[in-house]
Design a binder for this molecule. Sequence first.
Ligand code: 13P
Length: 248
Amino acid sequence: ARKFFVGGNFKMNGSLKEIETIIERINEAKFDGEVELVVAPPALYLLKIQEELKPPAQVSAQNSYTEKSGAFTGEISPNQLKDANVHWVILGHSERRSLFGDTDKLVADKTKAAVEAGLGVIACIGESLQEREADQTQAVVERQLEAIANEISESEWKDIVIAYEPVWAIGTGKVASKEQAQEVHANIRQWLAKKVSQTVADQTRIIYGGSVNGKNSGDLATAADIDGFLVGGASLKPEFIDIVNSGK
Ligand code: 13P
């Protein structure tokens, strides 16, 4: 069985004080059953929040670079994250792809470097509205996945969580329906079975992101191939606890 996985992506939000208030709420919450929980504050706050966050919740970075060290002003290496005991990183988020030039190849190279450094990667994929309307959804997610699959070995997939985040659902309040998300998740799993292996297909968590909130998460979580969520806006709010508790 795949362990339910919920990530809170704070993006570039919050002061230290605001983030600490959110972390306190998470620390005080009661979580039902088995869930793997990670929160991703801005990089500046990672170490402080890591000290304050109670296990088993873990912190995650929102990005990392392809190289171990060197003249790459403004970047953080996966090896530095590992050194700082940060064990997760979000890569390929659509905001990085659309605003900061993260191409499929760059995302794949970053993923490879992160996995080699010993990190877990939340690898984000998803189509735009225009692509969905042109019936390109499957082609787009396969292209994004293929770039990653070309760089990593079968055994490295155990360190990857796939986050399907349709761009049209991110920050819009337009959550994918359970049927829409399930269809893509099932297709991703089939693709993994065909292109990587049946074991990888069976074991890889495929989580959904895009306007997940405390009201819609329970229904989405009942879909067979939805193994958790990557949450933006609602991860800053008290309802995040309900989302974490929505797993089966
Ligand atoms: P929202 O939950 O705010 O739609 O954002 C989703 C997201 O981008 C998580 O990475």
